[in-house]
Ligand binder design. Sequence first.
Ligand code: ADP
Length: 275
Amino acid sequence: DPSDTVKIHIVRLQKRFVVVLAEDLGEEQRVNTMRRDFIANVSHELKTPIAAIGLLSEAVQQAADEPEVVRDFSRSLVKESRRLGELSRDIIQLSEAQSALRPEDREAVSLRDLVRGEVESHRSFATQHGIDLVVTDDSALDRDAMILGRPTSLGAAIANLLSNAIRHSPEGGRVGIGMSFDRKNFLVTVTDQGEGIPSEHLARIFERFYRVDGARTRGEGGTGLGLSIARHTMRAHGGDVDVWSQPGVGSSFTLTFPLHEPPGSRKSSKRAKKA
Ligand code: ADP
């Protein structure tokens, strides 16, 4: 394949130089393969709700004089079109999260307000699931953390962790969200008492469309993109998202936001002097 690249390495073996030819897929081809896989996955995910919507619409037409059947089918239609909406929303969010942050994308974001806003907008979702949503560690609440970032993406990262925690919790369970500082970061931790994630899946849950229990999770409304959106977003902002989980105990996801040096600190005053 002409797009394959061959790397030439020259290594020294005892007193001779040896030329080693190594086949390398090349970055471009690797990216192409990933892109192809992603499009195939997206098409596959879209196919199910689109087919269901088509069939259900025909069925509604045919059952026009049976109100009960029409009601049932309409309920399913609403569910499937909602699913389609969530998929397209997450695909757009993922593409936004994957694009590099341009200087004009960066706004001053109050992380404390962002977290509070997301907690409030998840209250009714938590109540519907019988979950107690509580701010557990408010040690960071009296001190705000401002970062320069894309608020829509950062909000989506927090929202995804909250909605995962709520969806994976048993009724009557508690989802805690904590905010704290370490030396260089503002940390947001979302903890649940859900089923947990077996260790062999932990490294893969951040991949696009990866689900621990495919059929079941899909049925519960996840698109399989949430954690991938969160990871891309956090890395684009110089931070990351990490997970701790134990089956039968629960899971805890931590978002790490690196803080910028406050003005007037040692380094920046040095720079100011130089200028
Ligand atoms: P989904 O839309 O399916 O939730 P995500 O990318 O958000 O997709 O998560 C990937 C998978 O990781 C989920 O399908 C689920 O199996 C697992 N997962 C994510 N969050 C949790 C959690 N809080 N508890 C248990 N499993 C989780």
